[in-house]
Design a protein around this ligand. Structure first.
Ligand code: GDP
Ligand code: MG
Length: 190
């Protein structure tokens, strides 16, 4: 299975740090500003998953325009940067305007959890935003741990599986509705 993931968010929230942590288990410190795609293959529950991760520099309009192949998104903000939380809110609106919530699994991630003293966005605010938009939510520190970051990327795979299963169920229900109306349609016609 391919997992195409787009990381979005304001500058300096730690998108590159999260990506590099996931790919190499390391935290380097400085990452530059290159937009790149990275790949890594993982085995999750016996299934091979190829992660393709876009570490993007998009922060303004039309974050997903022209990227129809990107099906999963991680919106990153820094818990110390309220402006970056507002950016996530705006990007979420854009995504919801152009895609059905059920078709795009989105995770909201509050990074830099290690900098508690400088926190300006509470966990509750993050969680509430995620709840109201039916997204997953995590607070992590790319600087501190590998495991927390791993959990985020793996959770996205679970979400994709759930979405697919749900779509199948919905298709099944639609099929039933269609056949029922076909029967009633006939009766009425008689
Ligand atoms: P990007 O612009 O979103 O890709 O952000 P970067 O990954 O380049 O990170 C921006 C700055 O924040 C760098 O100096 C990183 O070292 C730092 N940084 C990233 N993640 C964390 C974190 O979890 N904790 C702390 N303290 N600093 C972080
Ligand atoms: Mg970067």
């Amino acid at each position: 299975m391919e997992a195409n993931i787009l990381l979005l968010g304001a500058r300096d929230v730690g998108k590159s740090a999260l990506t590099v942590r996931f790919l190499t288990r390391r935290f380097i410190g400085e990452y530059g500003d290159i937009e790149s795609v990275y790949s890594r293959v993982d085995r999750i529950d016996g299934q091979e998953i190829c992660f393709n991760i876009w570490d993007s520099q998009f922060t303004q309009d039309n974050v997903i325009a022209g990227r129809p192949d990107v099906l999963r998104m991680i919106l990153v903000y820094s818990i110390c940067d309220r402006g970056s939380f507002d950016v996530v809110r705006q990007q979420l609106q854009q995504i919801r305007r152009s895609r059905k919530p059920s078709s795009v699994p989105v995770l909201i991630v509050g990074n830099k959890r290690d900098l508690q003293r400088h926190r300006s966005v509470s966990s509750e605010e993050g969680r509430l935003l995620a709840l109201s938009q039916r997204c997953g939510f995590f607070e992590v520190s790319a600087a501190e741990t590998y495991h927390g970051v791993l959990v985020v990327f793996h959770r996205l795979v679970d979400l994709v599986r759930e979405t697919r299963a749900l779509r199948k169920t919905n298709a099944g229900v639609r099929g039933i509705v269609r056949s029922v109306s076909a029967v009633f349609g006939k009766k009425r016609a008689e």
